[in-house]
Design a protein around this ligand. Sequence first.
Ligand SMILES: *Cc1c(COP(=O)(O)O)cnc(C)c1O
Ligand code: SF4
Length: 307
Amino acid sequence: MGVDQHKADIIANREEAEPAAEDSSFPLRVPPHFASLIDPDDPDDPLMLQVLPSAAERLPGGVRDPVGDRTAIVGQGVIQKYAGRILLIASGACAIHCRYCFRRHFPYAAELASRDGWQAALRATNADTTLREVILSGGDPLMLSVRRLRELSQRLGSHIHRLRIHSRIPTVEPGRVGEDLLEWIAELHQTCVVVLHVNHARELGGSTEVLQQLRQAGALLLNQAVLLRGVNDRADALEELSEALIANGILPYYLHMLDPVEGASHFDVGERRARELMHVLRSRLSGYLVPRLVRESAGAPYKLPVL
Ligand SMILES: *Cc1c(COP(=O)(O)O)cnc(C)c1O
Ligand code: SF4
C-alpha cells in the first residue's frame, strides 16, 4: 500500500504542476492498483499517459459525440446501433478516467439505464424478440452493486441468450471483483461474455487471479484495446499485449482506431501506420491473437474493418 500511495502521490503532484490542463468535468482518476503498475521514473510510461491530464487536451479538433451515440438512443440510457444487440449505459461512473475516452462528454446524468430500476432498458429489450444480446457498458457497469446487476439479469426475456459486460475494473482495480460478483456470473441464465479493456501488456500485472476466477465462474474473456500514440503504437507492444492476454485466458477482440473525441487528438495514430502495424502482427502471431482493427462510423451497420 505504501508503494501505491507513493506512486499515486507522484501522479497527483504532476497533475498539480499542470493545473490548467484539468478538465473539471473529467478529472484525473486512477485507482491505486493501476497507479502501482506505473513506472514513476519514466515520463513516457504507457500506463501513465492513459491517465495523466495533459495540456494537449485543449488542442482544437475532435467532436463531443464522435460515434453518434446520442442519435442512437432508443430509451433512457439505451443505445441501439446494430442488429441483435442493444447497449445499456449501466453506470455513469468509472474506476479510472482514460484521457482518450470517446464518452468523456456523454450526458450521463440524463442517460442512465439503471436509474429507474432498468424500466426503459427492460421495455426495449423484452419488446424486441430479435435481440439476442444485452451489452452492459457505461461508464463501467461493474461500478454497480451486484444487487442492481441481478435486478436486470433476472428480468431479461428468454430471447436474450447473452449478457456482455464491457469493463476495465478487473484489470485496473481487481479488488472490486468480489465473491458476490463471481456468484452472480456463475448463476446467470445467459452466456456471460466479459470484454476487458487492456491497452498494454503491463496492465495485466496483478490481475491473473481475478481473471482466472472470472473464467472459473463461466465468463468468456475478450479484450478490446484502443490504438494510442505513445501507448501501444509499436508492433512489439501490440505483440506483447496479445501474448499477455492469451496467457491470462483472454482473446484479443478489437483494436479500435481512436474515435475523434474532443480533447484526445494527441493520441491519434494514422490509418497508414495502423495498417503497417497490423501487417507486422499478422506476420508474427497466430491468427486468433491478431485483434480486428476497426473504426466506428456513426450510422454504419457494424464497426468498420480497417483493411
Ligand atoms: C460497439 C457497440 C456494440 C457492440 O458491437 P460488436 O461489434 O458486437 O462488438 C453494440 N452496440 C453499440 C451501440 C456499440 O457502440
Ligand atoms: S473506463 Fe471506459 S468508459 Fe470509463 S473513462 Fe475509461 S474508456 Fe471511458
